[in-house]
Design a protein around this ligand. Sequence first.
Ligand code: UN1
Length: 499
Amino acid sequence: MVIADEVGRLLDRIEVDRALWTDGSMPSTTPLTGEQIAMVQVADAAAIDEALGKAAAAFRAWRNVPAPRRGELVRLLGEELRASKDDLARLVTIEAGKVPSEGAGEVQEMIDICDFAVGLSRQLYGLTIATERPGHRMMEVWHPLGVVGVISAFNFPVAVWAWNAAIALVCGNSVVWKPSEKTPLTALAVQAIFDRAAARFGDAPQGLAQLLIGGPEAGEALVDDRRVALVSATGSTRMGRSVAPRLAARFARAILELGGNNGAIVAPSADLDLALRGVAFGAMGTAGQRCTTTRRLFVHDSIYEGFVARLKAAYGSVAVGNPLESAVLVGPLIDRAAFEMMQQALAAAKAAGGVILGGERIGEGASFYVKPALVEMPGQVGPVLEETFAPILYVMRYYDLDAVMAQHNDVAAGLSSAIFTTDVREAERFLAASDCGIANVNLGTSGAEIGGAFGGEKETGGGRESGSDSWRQYMRRATNTVNYSDALPLAQGVSFDLP
Ligand code: UN1
């Protein structure tokens, strides 16, 4: 009850309409204790249809607003997020179970992408291209795309919306968001924060950024409705397998951020203190519930015993528990299903010859706290080949960099990767060989900054979000050629002379 009271205070301060989270039919619980904290209103089919109609109309108005002016709205959003940072971060802790510094970090990522997008709003550059025809000019112009659907997962309940929405908005699009059913309250809070920015902006079209809370049908509507030009979906590879063909069937655009099975390598020359911290955060941070979490660790035979002993000590001493009650580094798993999947993976690892440290449940009741598990494996077999969304680190011994790179790449996902080494040749060989969208040297697999393009290859889905030139996916490119001569030379020297 105490947590529910605090949630009420936070939502009131962020000015979320009480009816939205007290009068609804969908219960919302906190993984910290398992208790119910709200009853959230759900969008039915009529509400979804209406929202998509409004989003389409909002797009038609917003696309005509000059991009730097669109950036002003995102600048105000960044200001509002700064003002609500502590409250929103606390809600992230309560609803997703993140420890406070990670909750705050997530909101900081939203602020960072707003800053990035504001600058971008004056830099949506196209190319001018040399033409082969005299008296002609050829150029590429980027236009707003349409309604952008965002489907996000529980583990980054607010930042993923921001990576997509901040960019989509400066690109001239409207946004409709379907958050995870496990995290509706943080989504309501973000919507209220956005609405405040829009009110300060003054003349933003109604329905420019909307929220659809509900089950799979809301996500399916975004995927199947022709009014939605692009769907950016974050979640499991299983979800991607259902979403991708449906989007392809109507030739809609997709940005897919799916599973990861991220590997890190600790080489003989590594700075082992640094590697220890990098691996520990990558594997145990966010209770192993990031798509960038380190799940496979390859340690060179020459340093294996010493390094793994230190890692085991770190696993033995890491503080796990309710982040509202004490200073911990690892919070709860999101729910019972996550706990059961973790136990199944550990049982499979044991059956495949794995030696397990940790993995036990701490406490009982409706919340699921576990000791992070370190599993020494005889090879890359069984559950090591799959992503289990829980803190399990499979540790393997290696002898040769080329061989371990082949093994590293021999999994279905291709999101993030890392090597710890002080040997520049080895570092470069790793960067050249990793088949992931993210490859790091002397830092862990998780915790990317927003300035880079974020995403991965193979079953991770191929999409890129956030920085660099990811914005291009949110726009439509037109190649324009203008003839300012009084002749009509045809390309490739073709002649077509009428008699
Ligand atoms: C995710 O887990 O869905 O690099 C994304 C990171 C974060 C993003 C994780 N910036 O770990």
